[in-house]
Design a protein around this ligand. Structure first.
Ligand SMILES: Cc1cc2nc3c(=O)[nH]c(=O)nc-3n(C[C@H](O)[C@H](O)[C@H](O)COP(=O)(O)O)c2cc1C
Length: 205
């Protein structure tokens, strides 16, 4: 029998047509973000933030900034998944629950902090790379969690980054990495599209 996680990966599709009457309550949105926040991130920085756009006016504004793609307003919620440029200073606070619970020795937290400081200082684009990586993992969790709750999703990068940042008052350190629409799929969506064969994309080194 296929494991449920593998079945979910196999069945996932990027949905275009949503039931525009369907809405998600705030408790469901909070639960979904709880799952998204379980994604891994470098040093457990959790450098992400999510704007759940679910009002008619907010979705219409976002749709205009996303090349007028209908699903942005037809889905129950469109999330702006933001990656936050990480800084080593905030790491102490992020790691403190792991230290306080006895999971992580305090010296380890300090050593992670100095590694992060060195890494971000030495490689100028590393903070941006890290923000995009973290937000992408979180977006993936969000879509899979939605699927587990019977919802469908589509990730989207077709939007005006500067326009979305301005319209939704994102912070200077926040990058809108992806939009994720979530809602109830209509019956007329395509299934997952065919994929390239493994031998074409795998190198056994
Ligand atoms: C980074 C990224 C950006 C995407 N941007 C858009 C988009 O702006 N609009 C859209 O309709 N689909 C978008 N998609 C969905 C892709 O078109 C879709 O995943 C691909 O065609 C494969 O479809 P499937 O996942 O249903 O097999 C995006 C997917 C990714 C991963």
């Amino acid at each position: 029998m296929t494991h449920p996680l593998l079945a979910a990966i196999e069945q996932r599709n990027s949905v275009n047509h949503f039931d525009a009457q369907h809405q998600l309550d705030d408790a469901s949105i909070e639960a979904l973000i709880g799952w998204a926040g379980r994604a891994p991130s470098a040093f457990n920085l959790q450098n992400w933030r999510f704007v759940a756009v679910r009002s008619a006016a907010g979705k219409q504004r976002l749709r205009e900034l996303a090349w007028n793609q209908p699903k942005v307003s037809e889905a129950a919620v469109t999330f702006i998944v933001c990656g936050v440029l990480p800084c080593a200073e905030s790491l102490g606070e992020r790691l403190s629950p792991a230290v306080a619970s006895g999971l992580m020795p305090s010296e380890m937290a300090l050593s992670w902090q100095s590694s992060a400081a060195r890494m971000y200082a030495e490689v100028p684009h590393s903070r941006r790379d890290e923000a995009v990586r973290s937000a992408t993992f979180a977006a993936s969790n969000l879509m899979l969690a939605g699927q587990a709750l019977g919802l469908a999703a589509s990730p989207m990068s077709g939007f005006d980054i500067a326009g979305v940042s301005r319209a939704f008052a994102l912070g200077d350190e926040e990058i809108p990495v992806m939009l994720v629409t979530l809602g109830r799929a209509q019956a007329n969506n395509w299934p997952q599209k065919p994929r390239r064969p493994v031998e074409e994309i795998l190198e056994l080194a």
